[in-house]
Write a protein that binds this ligand. Structure first.
Ligand SMILES: *[C@@H]1O[C@H](CO)[C@@H](O)[C@H](O)[C@H]1NC(C)=O
Ligand SMILES: *[C@@H]1O[C@H](CO)[C@@H](O)[C@H](O)[C@H]1NC(C)=O
Ligand SMILES: *[C@@H]1O[C@H](CO)[C@@H](O)[C@H](O)[C@H]1NC(C)=O
Ligand SMILES: *[C@@H]1O[C@H](CO)[C@@H](O)[C@H](O)[C@H]1NC(C)=O
Length: 397
């Protein structure tokens, strides 16, 4: 009888624990870590393993170089086919207690900004905000293959807050250590002129020789601010603010209000031919750069979130440069034929580390969408030069 009572009591206690669980870890943190950085002599910048650390409620030390208490649970993320796990397609791991976590991360997000979400199957589904928060030592590494004393560094921190973890005074800025060159570099890319000159068959079935197009050269120059803002809606909603008048070619939309800032939009452009307008080509260029380039980080989509018992729709946001300009010049006349820009005015004073230009973001994902868009001006132009630069080179407060 006594045994029966004890068993019944135990079942009751487990039931209680389950109910309490849903609320119990309101302050839980999931840290996505890169471990063993510096342990591989061939690739000193690379991590040798990755892991997820879980904390009931982490307390960050006041110095950036001190460790917080050890995690309550941790699990290594296998380096599946050589893919870095903190990416939009998601990384899933099962904690020692059976809780399954999946993190969807936009890995190009600058420090201090929301970079994605972490979802768990426990308690019928929960969703955390993940913040880019790189470079703080957090714990020992589970994987000791390369170095027995390998250290894990924070990469992304997931919690229920609406802001990233605090930055101690002595915490360096990730972005400003990337490049120390004081010179403002520029990156240039020359596109190939379209190689295939299409010929249109005439009614008689004989191809009509295409006249050699006017070989206009269009020089496109873009500037990007190295400081970022958080646009709290979709990229499409942002682009929809570029309302333009077909008669003048000018943008006519008013300023855009964001959380803590106002964005002013400007654009203008000439009519290229009957159905092409330079204004529209530049808006298309910005839209497509925003979809492709690492300068613009959209929140990753959490697949099947409404089919898994979770009823949370992750809100959209975009971490994007605070200012952007693109100018198209006819190289032979030196006339500006198109211009587009947006710039941000802050409601209050800014504080935080400096942001310096990460020139590596001027890559084909940046240039190709611009080239593809301005190629819409063919045959008026068939030779395109795209140049891009940070402006300013480093933004401090
Ligand atoms: C541990 O790290 C080594 C070296 O990076 C790696 O080859 C190995 O696959 C890792 N172990 C696991 C279980 O992922
Ligand atoms: C939710 O499910 C519906 C129907 O399957 C789908 O059309 C919709 O896009 C889903 N929404 C999200 C946020 O996943
Ligand atoms: C799920 O979302 C729908 C639509 O917003 C709402 O009607 C319903 O009450 C929600 N269910 C739960 C369990 O929150
Ligand atoms: C395109 O422009 C570049 C740079 O001015 C020039 O070197 C090149 O010859 C041009 N190509 C053609 C086909 O006109």
């Amino acid at each position: 009888m006594a045994i029966f009572k004890f068993a019944a009591g135990l079942v009751g206690a487990i039931g209680l624990l389950k109910v309490a669980n849903a609320q119990q870890f309101r302050n839980e943190d999931l840290i996505l870590c890169d471990c063993g950085i510096g342990d591989n002599p061939d690739q000193p910048d690379w991590s040798t393993s990755r892991q997820m650390n879980w904390y009931q409620d982490i307390v960050w030390p006041s110095s950036a170089y001190k460790y917080p208490d050890a995690p309550d649970m941790a699990v290594e993320i296998p380096f599946k086919e050589g893919w870095y796990p903190w990416v939009p397609s998601g990384a899933t791991a099962t904690m020692p207690n059976g809780d399954v976590w999946t993190a969807y991360i936009e890995d190009g997000t600058p420090d201090g900004f929301k970079a994605g979400s972490a979802v768990t199957t426990k308690d019928s589904g929960q969703i955390l905000n993940c913040w880019a928060y790189r470079g703080r030592p957090v714990s020992a590494a589970i994987n000791k293959t390369v170095n027995h004393d390998a250290i894990c560094w924070s990469a992304f921190v997931c919690n229920r807050d609406n802001y990233p973890p605090p930055r101690p005074e002595d915490m360096g800025s990730q972005t400003s250590t990337l490049s120390t060159s004081p010179a403002a570099p520029s990156t240039t890319f020359f596109s190939q002129p379209p190689t295939t000159v299409t010929s249109t068959p005439s009614k008689g079935g004989q191809p009509v020789p295409t006249s050699r197009p006017h070989t206009g050269q269009l020089a496109v120059y873009a500037t990007v601010s190295p400081r970022f803002i958080n646009w709290q809606s979709t990229w499409e909603a942002f682009i929809n603010n570029f309302v333009w008048d077909q008669t003048t070619g000018n943008c006519v939309g008013g300023p855009i209000k964001g959380q803590g800032y106002t964005i002013n939009v400007e654009c203008a452009g000439v009519k290229v031919d009957e159905d092409t307008h330079m204004t529209l080509l530049l808006i298309k260029a910005l839209r497509d750069v925003g979809l492709k380039s690492l300068w613009f980080n959209q929140n990753p989509v959490i697949p099947g979130i409404n089919g898994t018992g979770t009823n949370v729709t992750a809100p959209s946001w975009v971490v994007m440069p605070e200012a952007f300009t693109v100018r198209a010049t006819d190289a032979s006349t030196r006339n500006v034929v198109g211009y587009l820009s947006y710039s941000t005015k802050y409601d209050g004073f800014l504080s935080g580390p400096c942001s310096a230009c990460e020139t590596a973001r001027f890559n084909s994902d940046f240039f190709d969408p611009i080239i593809a868009a301005v190629q819409g001006s063919y045959p008026a132009y068939n030779n395109f030069t795209i140049e891009a630069q940070c402006s300013p080179w480093m933004a401090c407060n």
